[in-house]
Ligand binder design. Structure first.
Ligand code: SF4
Length: 253
């Protein structure tokens, strides 16, 4: 019997430099694609606070369709704090989750009036005490309204940072602190903004488009191989509904 030639071993994967050295080139490659933040239309800090709260689970483009009428109707924190909740809900309805958003916006503005004399506070510690404002929203506000850079770790930033091998932490605060160690401070706001946009456009949660990604040679793609296997396993098993349908078909034969 003819002897098969042994399969040549695959060349070893090129070893990537440590995260601290890759973060600069990663940011440089993303910056022409995703220039500085210009997502949420606003004219003052209060408007940015409201728009950021509305942007939860919603696109910036959709938020921008509702804010002109909203900001024309309510101008100050007191206006929002004393508004008719039904009117507020109606105005923000297209952004989704409008009942809880309206409740948070009104409560947040009431606190701004009561504790900060109607002015949005400018520190992380104070911002996170306001209803509806977590670290992520607070960092967006600090970075864009007060020129105080901050790393915003949302689901996209966390996922990309792990895939890119910039941090292993799943906890948002720990990931934020780890990124602050390796990203230059003046780039904190824009770097996280770029990861968010890259996560939405290319490095998607279930199907990252590594073959089209400008970061492919800088990225160890941690956890990405496992994703393909998971997808295959799921396909084989079929969705529960499909399995159910298949079972009832067999039963009816
Ligand atoms: S190479 Fe793949 S895993 Fe890495 S950032 Fe790009 S899309 Fe995400």
């Amino acid at each position: 019997m003819e002897q098969l030639a042994p399969t040549p071993a695959l060349p070893p994967e090129p070893k990537l430099p440590p995260a601290r050295e890759r973060v600069g080139p990663i940011n440089e490659r993303l910056s022409p694609i995703y220039p500085a933040f210009d997502g949420l239309t606003h004219e003052n800090t209060l408007q940015l606070v409201i728009a950021t709260m509305l942007s939860a689970q919603c696109t910036d483009a959709r938020v921008n369709t509702v804010t002109p009428a909203l900001f024309a109707r309510f101008k100050t924190a007191r206006d929002f704090a004393e508004c008719d909740i039904k009117e507020l809900r109606r105005l923000i309805k297209p952004t989704g989750f409008y009942k809880s958003k309206a409740k948070n916006i009104r409560a947040c503005c009431a606190e701004i009036v009561a504790r900060f004399n109607g002015e949005v506070p400018n520190t992380l510690d104070e911002l996170v005490t306001l209803p509806g404002i977590g670290r992520k929203t607070a960092n967006v506000i600090l970075g864009h309204a007060f020129d105080t850079p901050g790393i915003t770790v949302d689901t996209h930033v966390g996922r990309l940072a792990r895939r890119l091998g910039l941090t292993r932490h799943r906890n948002a605060v720990k990931a934020e602190l780890a990124l602050m160690e390796i990203v230059p401070q003046e780039e904190w706001t824009n770097f996280s903004h770029r990861l968010i946009l890259h996560g939405r456009a290319v490095c998607r949660s279930r199907k990252p488009r590594c073959e089209k990604c400008v970061l492919a040679d800088l990225c160890p793609k941690l956890g990405v191989k496992g994703l393909a296997k998971k997808r295959k396993r799921k396909k084989k098993k079929g969705s529960p509904q499909r399995t159910q349908r298949a079972r009832s078909k067999t039963a009816s034969k």
